[in-house]
Design a protein around this ligand. Structure first.
Ligand code: ADP
Ligand code: MG
Length: 385
């Protein structure tokens, strides 16, 4: 039973680079917290600070109400699993599982029970007598997870544990990890650069960029109510469309100008949007732009199909519009045509006959728009939760 508290934590490497800056984070007891962000944003450094593998420059880390700043890794009762499982190559899977428990001089019967429970949960039965080099990446990683959790740590730290697996194995094992964590009731912090893993398993997700947390929320809130354009474009696949547009007021009504066309703003601009006119960044997810024939009654944009991707369960159609694409650094990126013209990525019904080069009419669900400050990227408006 332990919550984890990081209070104003910073880490500067000897070469002067600040990997983590004034970061505060409260991970609740038994929660699965995911830290997600682009490569180099400081995720691994955060985990290594919690584990005690790196010194803090400033700030406080507490586990279960106890300040651990000056405790060695061994005294923190945390277990960590890295990207590439570091198993003892000369030991079998079973011996790897038992190793840490035997070192702690636990009674043989207790070791047997714990290893048996891990074997069952992680489906390791068939591999117990095999050495690591004869196991697949996914099987090795399951043994590593078993070894880390067999002694039931207060906090379980996972650093990109699924990176070296194929897609199917990754999805299976992420689900198993989440089950194992719930079953053990252990607090877990899971680091990944992959937003789909974060969305799938996180109770809450902290989105990091440049050594800081940009937003911490439940997955659905991050997706629906992003705090800024970075979170908006990082979470979701394909990314949220971000294009330059305007807010206009006319005869007491508010309009969003998207691609040179005026769309009525549904509802009353409040909060940061109250009374605001002029340039904004418009964010709209692909599922809220579709073929007008399938969604009658919504405002329509005229465009053409620049590219069509048939994904089986849906169609993604890239449609150029008369607006400039807004790019955000550190994200996989928004697609642009030469000259900076934006594409809207639209989701069409999977049976739609559209082909490359066809003219299309796009229905835009304006009640699902997000609007951002074009200078700071901060959210001005998000759809209701
Ligand atoms: P992530 O896990 O998100 O990819 P890291 O925590 O590994 O990021 O690294 C954060 C930043 O700190 C990066 O810019 C990285 O280059 C830098 N960094 C990491 N380790 C060291 C080190 N030992 N010395 C200097 N800089 C480092
Ligand atoms: Mg890392």
């Amino acid at each position: 039973m332990a919550d984890v508290l990081l209070d104003d934590v910073s880490r500067v490497y000897p070469d002067g680079s600040a990997a983590v800056s004034h970061l505060s984070l409260h991970v609740r007891n038994a929660e699965l917290m995911v830290i997600v962000g682009p490569s180099g944003c400081g995720k691994s450094t955060v985990l290594r600070l919690i584990a005690g593998l790196e010194p803090l420059k400033s700030g406080t880390i507490s586990i279960g109400g106890r300040v651990v700043n000056n405790l060695t890794p061994g005294d923190r009762n945390v277990a960590m699993v890295f990207e590439a499982a570091a198993l003892y190559p000369h030991l079998t899977a079973a011996q790897n599982l038992r190793f840490g428990l035997a070192l702690r001089k636990l009674p043989a019967e207790e070791i047997r029970q714990r290893v048996e429970a891990e074997t069952r949960v992680l489906r390791l039965g068939r591999f117990l007598d095999r050495k690591p080099k004869t196991l697949s990446a996914g099987q090795r990683q399951r043994v590593a997870v078993g070894r880390a959790t067999v002694r039931v740590p207060d906090v379980f730290l996972l650093d990109e544990p699924l990176t070296h697996m194929d897609a199917g194995e990754r999805i299976r094992l992420r689900t198993e990890l989440a089950h194992l964590q719930q079953g053990l009731g252990v607090t877990a912090i899971y680091v990944t650069h992959d937003q789909s893993q974060a969305m799938a398993i996180g109770d809450r997700v902290a989105v990091m960029r440049g050594g800081r947390i940009e937003q911490l929320d439940e997955p659905r809130t991050l997706y629906r109510r992003p705090a800024n354009t970075f979170v908006a474009s990082f979470m979701g696949e394909p990314a949220m469309n971000l294009v330059a547009g305007y807010i206009e007021q006319d005869a007491g009504r508010t309009f969003v100008v998207l691609g040179g066309q005026r769309l009525p703003f549904p509802g009353t601009p409040s909060g940061l949007l109250r009374g605001r006119t002029g340039p904004v960044t418009i964010g709209i997810r692909p599922e809220h732009v579709t073929d007008a024939g399938s969604e009658p009654g919504l405002p329509v944009l005229f465009s053409s199909a620049f590219r069509v991707e048939r994904l089986g369960y849906e169609l993604l159609v890239a449609c150029p519009i008369n607006a400039t694409a807004v790019t955000v650094s550190d994200t996989p990126g928004i697609e642009r045509l030469p000259g900076g013209q934006a594409h809207l990525i639209a989701r069409f019904p999977r049976t739609h006959p559209v082909r490359r080069g066809d003219r299309v009419e796009l229905a835009v669900d304006v009640s699902e728009l997000s609007l951002f400050d074009p200078d700071t990227g901060q959210a001005l408006w998000n759809p209701a939760a």
